[in-house]
Design a protein around this ligand. Sequence first.
Ligand SMILES: NC(=O)c1ccc[n+]([C@@H]2O[C@H](COP(=O)([O-])OP(=O)(O)OC[C@H]3O[C@@H](n4cnc5c(N)ncnc54)[C@H](O)[C@@H]3O)[C@@H](O)[C@H]2O)c1
Ligand SMILES: [Zn+2]
Length: 365
Amino acid sequence: VTPATHSVEVRLARRGYQIEIGTGLLDRLGSVVSQLRPTTHAAIVTDEHVHSPHAERAARSLHGAHIKVDVLVVPAGESSKCVQVAAQLWNKLLALGVDRQTLIVAVGGGVVGDLAGFVAATFARGLDFFQVPTTLLAQVDSAVGGKVGINLPAAKNMVGAFWQPLGVLADTATLATLGDREYRAGLAEVVKYGVILDAEFFAWLEQHTAELVARDPQALIHVVTRSCQLKAEVVAADEFETSGRRAVLNYGHTVAHALEATAGYGALLHGEAVSIGMMAAARLAARLGRWGADDVERQRQLLVALGLPVELSGPADADRLLAAMAHDKKVEHGRIRWVLPTRIGQVELVGGIAPPDVRAVLLSG
Ligand SMILES: NC(=O)c1ccc[n+]([C@@H]2O[C@H](COP(=O)([O-])OP(=O)(O)OC[C@H]3O[C@@H](n4cnc5c(N)ncnc54)[C@H](O)[C@@H]3O)[C@@H](O)[C@H]2O)c1
Ligand SMILES: [Zn+2]
């Protein structure tokens, strides 16, 4: 049987592409890729957790379409998104005799997607690239939109490019092997899309929390599809982050990035930090009279029902958090622009918020 697939188009000025979403799609990778562009050689970039079984299945499917495949495995985790690992990959590609005809295929989470995309964007001044996201976060967020890059020791995502993939194939069945915390962290970004862009989707999430926690296949396909549509619309309107439209995607992220930077990378997963950050932004919006307390409570209850943290479990230092926020690279000329809801499904960018107001909502209630 051919599994049902959903397709989302990312419409860009120069070249659009499709995101294919469904259960068991990995086995169709070879035919999807061949239809996009005739290829005889692919280099799969993956990490040690995803290699078996997912990247192996991807490789088999490409073989089946008469594509020669090399598999490059990097260590799992954020620390692979660095210039040393990127350089190892450049050198391996050179040793493999890769040329402009080679397709780079990222099979993994956001770390692999950002790293492989960056290597594709830079090697030989740019190779074609295809995304096979295998975490919920990557399927709903990082594989969509064309931002690729690596970290510097002192600054996350500081070196990178806009490099759009030829296509994206999101096989929701690959999420079955994902750890519970990782899976739930991805749901935080899903809730984000509901709050910033789509009240109907938010209500759907409220009504399907049990299915979502249980990773029900149909529910997964719906959340990945709707999230990709919402992100694709924003990206199409502001591909290179110049108009400010894309900034709405940073809802919850001002505080999240500060939490990640001060808690030490790895202590909190990104989605967990986003969940806590969305609650801080929500309280800020309510404190400023911009958003109703009952909506703040709806957001809190949805996050809790999905197993996400809504406040820090340990003590936190408000001064350190405020200092970290001021260093965020999204800050322009020292001014933080907050993404604050006005109602569920709509946000505004708000500048000039006084530090005491931020301090008051940072930690809790
Ligand atoms: N480019 C963008 O627009 C964008 C957007 C959001 C986040 N990001 C980046 O994404 C990264 C985070 O992505 P992530 O949360 O996917 O992290 P990740 O890639 O580190 O994956 C999380 C963990 O899950 C493992 N894993 C992946 N798929 C699996 C599977 N199917 N089964 C079992 N284990 C699996 C990985 O090996 C890793 O240990 C960050 O570096 C962040 O900066 C980029
Ligand atoms: Zn995020």
